[in-house]
Design a protein around this ligand. Structure first.
Ligand code: NAD
Length: 481
């Protein structure tokens, strides 16, 4: 693997004005490579390149069907280079190789889906009587700025880049400082399918420097951000100052309500995926389980069994899908999660299993289950972003919903029951952008995703996301009498 990675601006690879950052392999604790860091001038060059391509009409004026083909071809490029990018992703992010493969395949799916949708973004005609002919057009905004988090660097970029290109926008992507390397694949893909130079620009830089310069740039026309609430607030403020729209995909403290009639054996699978996939570093992780008091002990026992069944260690050694988990993204994130577990214990929670840093090099945390968590505890309110499950109890349906809705977030939620009426009632009452019934993460690229409350606004995924990337123009034509 290369030991120095550059930024990609206007079709050329180059150094950054802000120097370099060391990228560490969290699976070993060793330095992996250096990444160039962009400064404000680099960001400006990238935005000007994207603006130039937008104004040239090269993408905007292309027949959408053809644009869609290019977008689909980018997805195919990812699949054609699956092993290479999967390797880079595992080394920089820590996830098992097979999870990295799921991520890259998921990324390719976005290009397939939005490539397919490109030709379906249609306006409408509006009747104004015999004297007029009126129609609407959906025009791309122009330069789309996309600021990416470290947990799914490939999939998150794919999600916004594919929809933005399919609708005729040009893009500047700010990659995360911890996991910037794997985004190289999008530059290669853009070149391979023949997008014009400057249509896709990819740079890494500090959030407070390159990120702030990008989100506050006067020639950016639309912003997509995925990350934490405080950064989301800073970006929304910058967007407001330039009067440009933004989509915010922020954090969550999502809850599964498990009723007394739920199938707990099947629920073991939801625990495995819901909180231990990507070592829990998933915005829509099932970080809280609110279980009926009559099934509490059984659920904790099953959760402990799932946690203990996972073999935890370096992602590069975990090639096969199965009961295993990789590193967290950094020792800093791992220590933060371990600290939150200790604080929860001090506040009265019981560590049923895990909670400790593992005694091997790298950023590993034992898969953790906390019992006797109550809604007022910090662990029940704040996002851990790690492999830590909090189990809470409820007595009746109303109390379950009050606990589920009792955080500042509202990203996703779940209800587990054999009673369809109860499930649909809960789905209506849940303050969340997406509700899973009897399977955590049910849904796909086709289903809209985004938050209520402090989890953000705007929707990614599904057809709904397309409308983030286009603005309506109405054309009214006066006919001759
Ligand atoms: P973060 O907010 O620290 O960083 C995200 C990105 O924003 C990084 O690229 C960073 O460099 C950049 N950034 C930081 N400060 C900035 C500023 N002032 N202006 C512009 N850009 C800036 O978040 P993180 O630590 O990378 O990711 C973890 C958080 O993201 C968690 O809270 C998680 O829930 C959330 N997340 C949400 C989703 C979702 O889809 N809703 C997906 C992944 C992660």
């Amino acid at each position: 693997m290369k030991d120095y990675w550059q930024n990609y601006i206007d079709g050329a690879w180059g150094d950054g004005g802000a120097g370099r950052v060391e990228v560490v392999n969290p699976g070993s604790g060793e330095m992996l490579a250096e990444q160039a860091l962009a400064d404000e001038a680099d960001v400006d060059r990238a935005v000007q390149a994207a603006k130039r391509v937008h104004q040239s009409g090269a993408l905007r004026d292309m027949r959408p069907l053809e644009r869609g083909r290019l977008v689909q071809a980018m997805g195919q490029y990812l699949l054609d280079n699956l092993d290479e990018v999967t390797n880079v992703l595992t080394r920089e992010q820590g996830k098992p190789l097979w999870e990295a493969e799921i991520e890259v395949r998921g990324a390719a799916l976005y290009f397939e889906y939005y490539g397919n949708q490109a030709a379906t973004v249609e306006g409408k005609s509006i009747p104004l009587g015999a004297g007029y002919y009126d129609f609407t057009d959906c025009e791309p905004y122009g330069v789309s700025a996309q600021i990416i988090p470290w947990n799914y660097p490939v999939e998150m970029t794919a999600r916004s880049l594919s929809a933005a290109l399919a609708t005729g926008n040009t893009c500047v992507i700010k990659t995360p400082e911890l996991t910037p390397l794997s985004n190289y694949i999008f530059a290669h893909a853009a070149e391979a399918v023949g997008l014009p130079k400057g249509a896709v620009n990819i740079l890494c830089g500090w959030g407070h420097q390159a990120g702030a310069a990008l989100s506050g740039h006067g020639d950016v026309n639309q912003i997509v951000f995925t990350g934490s609430v405080p950064t989301g607030v800073a970006i929304a403020t910058a967007a407001a100052q330039n009067v440009v729209p933004c989509v915010l995909e922020l954090g969550g403290k999502s809850a599964a309500i498990v009723h007394d009639d739920a199938d707990l054996e099947a629920f073991e699978n939801d625990i495995r995926w819901g909180i231990y996939f990507n070592a829990g570093q998933v915005c829509s992780a099932m970080s809280r389980v609110i279980v009926h008091e009559s099934r509490h002990d059984e659920l904790v026992e099953r959760a402990v069994k799932v946690a203990k069944s996972l073999s935890v260690g370096p992602g590069m050694e975990r090639t096969e899908a199965g009961a295993n988990m990789g590193a967290m993204v950094s020792e800093g994130q791992r220590d933060r999660a371990a600290g939150m577990v200790s604080d929860a214990e001090a506040q009265g929670a019981t560590v049923a299993t895990g909670g400790r840093k593992m005694n091997i090099p790298g950023a590993f945390l034992d898969p953790t289950v906390l019992a006797n968590v109550t809604p007022d505890m910090t662990i029940a309110q704040e996002e851990v972003f790690g492999p830590v499950l909090s189990v809470l109890k409820f007595r009746d349906d109303a109390e379950a919903m009050e606990i589920a809705n009792g955080t500042q977030y509202g990203l996703v939620g779940g209800v587990f029951t054999a009673d369809l009426d109860r499930a649909t009632r809960a789905a209506r009452q849940m303050r969340a952008g997406q509700v899973f019934v009897n399977e955590w993460f049910a849904g796909g690229v086709e289903t809209p995703f985004g938050g209520f409350g402090k989890s953000g606004y705007g929707r990614e995924k599904g057809r709904e996301a397309l409308w983030n990337y286009v603005q309506t123009k109405n054309v009214a034509i006066k006919m001759k009498a």
